[in-house]
Design a protein around this ligand. Structure first.
Ligand code: GDP
Ligand code: IMO
Ligand code: MG
Length: 429
């Protein structure tokens, strides 16, 4: 396949970073198409661990081009830090490999301030990452946003910033009764960012179309997960962008036909950070054990992730929404010590059984998960390198997930590092 899209099929943190890094070994270009520094994508190579928030997870490969697409909301402060960190670790020596679309919207200090104020003053918190994501996307939609192409032009930037600050400061001062932001402080802070971004700004649509004409292999990197999608997730407990594969086209500037294969990244249990419904959540000791074994703490905020059993109702829906061709089943090793393993096949609300997630939020909270129970394998699988190395019970668990969600496993992951990866179908093959 020429081009592959990678999306999360649950509530994020499925292990996208690991698999994107792995598949980048077969790709020429990696493009992030949505989200911002709310993402935390972890890559483990030997004893090195790198967490990327903005820069595509293909950047650790020596020859790949990495693009921050127009669908992303980009915080230059985070970007600068991330570039420095990568260089400090010996990566990204040739930083022309990193490109940013001129259409990408910029996260401004007032976006972060408003995100924090809204969360701290609201009775119903979303539990955002505090990275300014919602307010930045609001500005994009209301046509107030500042894009990279605007920022690198000193005059345009000043004008747009002035118009924005008038409104934001009104809100900050009058509604939130907080300290306003000063234009001169922002201009000063952003002067070096202007210079940095000038180095990386590209017409990425044109770049990608030329690359496609030359049959280069492109990997589209999703952030967050299907049930954090602004339309299809557990609204309002979602992020502010479309996270499903349909957004690859708009967020990268390629036609839908440019994507040949969609890989869904899927934990073999379920986690969620932040507020919102979670039918299969295990609030007791079993969930705590999963958190401990799986090291389930947010890669961006360090918050403990809520943990629970695999939910086939959700993944089945995600498969349909994104047209998933194959799944990458992640973190199977975390289930090594469980006597039995449960899979939620349906929800029950009152007396009715549901095969699909309910539409109303209040119904989501009322869902009683209907479980099937399977025997655990009670042995370590971290050294498995082929499917045949896995115990019979593990294989049965994989087969049952495939049956319930209607797509085959393409990859099985049994550890955080590159080596602990069993490839059944290479999406680029
Ligand atoms: P992402 O946001 O989807 O990229 O996922 P995160 O990086 O936020 O969280 C996934 C976590 O699981 C990271 O700490 C990974 O290093 C780790 N991980 C990925 N795959 C595996 C696996 O198969 N087994 C284990 N034990 N850890 C894994
Ligand atoms: P990756 O790419 C998990 C969650 C937040 C919050 C909600 C809205 O690492 O999988 P936001 O800051 O986006 O306005 O917060 O979305 N969230 C994530 N949860 N993984 C992520 O990204 C997330 N990005 C945002 O916790 O519930
Ligand atoms: Mg993450």
């Amino acid at each position: 396949m020429a081009n592959v899209g990678v999306v999360g099929v649950q509530w994020g943190d499925e292990g996208k970073g690991k698999i994107i890094d792995y598949l980048s070994g077969f790709a020429d270009i990696i493009v992030r198409f949505q989200g911002g520094a709310n993402a935390g994508h972890t890559i483990v190579i030997g004893d090195k661990k790198v967490i990327l928030h903005l820069i595509p997870s293909g950047i650790l490969r020596e020859k790949t081009y990495c693009i921050i697409g127009n669908g992303v909301v980009m915080d230059p402060e985070v970007l600068e830090k991330e570039i420095e960190e990568l260089k400090g670790l010996g990566y990204l020596q040739d930083d022309r490999r990193l490109m940013i679309s001129g259409y990408t919207h910029v996260i401004m200090p007032y976006h972060k301030k408003l995100d924090a104020l809204k969360e701290s003053r609201s009775a119903k918190k979303i539990g955002t990452t505090g990275r300014g994501i919602g307010p930045a996307y609001e500005d994009r939609v209301s046509r107030m946003g500042i894009r990279v192409v605007d920022l690198i032009d000193r005059k345009v930037f000043r004008e747009k910033l002035k118009a924005n600050l008038e409104i934001k400061n009104f809100l900050i001062r009058r509604y939130y009764k907080d300290e306003p932001l000063m234009i001169r402080d922002i201009l000063k802070k952003f002067e070096p960012y202007r210079k940095m971004l000038k180095r990386h700004v590209t017409d990425s649509t044109s770049f990608l179309h030329k690359a496609m004409a030359k049959k280069k292999k492109i990997l589209f990197e999703g952030a967050q997960g299907t049930f954090l999608d602004i339309d299809h997730g557990t609204y309002p407990y979602v992020t502010s962008s479309n996270t499903i594969a349909g957004n690859i086209s708009a967020g990268a500037g390629v036609p839908p036909s440019a994507v040949d294969y969609i890989l869904g990244i899927c934990k073999t249990y379920t986690t969620r950070v932040g507020e919102g419904p979670f039918p299969t959540e295990l609030p007791g000791p079993e969930g705590e054990l999963m958190r401990k074994i799986g090291d389930e703490y947010g890669a961006t905020t360090g918050r403990p992730r809520r943990c629970g059993w695999f939910d086939a109702v959700l993944v089945r829906r995600a498969v349909k929404l994104s047209g998933i061709n194959g799944l990458s089943l992640m973190k199977l090793d975390v289930l090594d010590s469980f006597d039995t393993i449960k899979i939620c096949t349906h929800y029950k609300i009152g007396k009715r059984l549901y095969e699909e997630p309910p539409m109303a939020l209040q119904d989501f909270y009322r869902c009683e998960p209907q479980y099937e129970e399977m025997p655990g394998w009670k042995t370590s699988i971290k050294d498995a390198r082929r499917l045949e190395d896995l115990p019979e019970q593990t294989l049965r668990y994989i087969r049952r997930i495939e049956e319930l969600v209607g797509v085959p496993a393409a990859i099985v992951s049994t550890g955080p590092d590159r080596e602990s990866t069993i490839i059944l179908t290479n999406p680029f093959a």
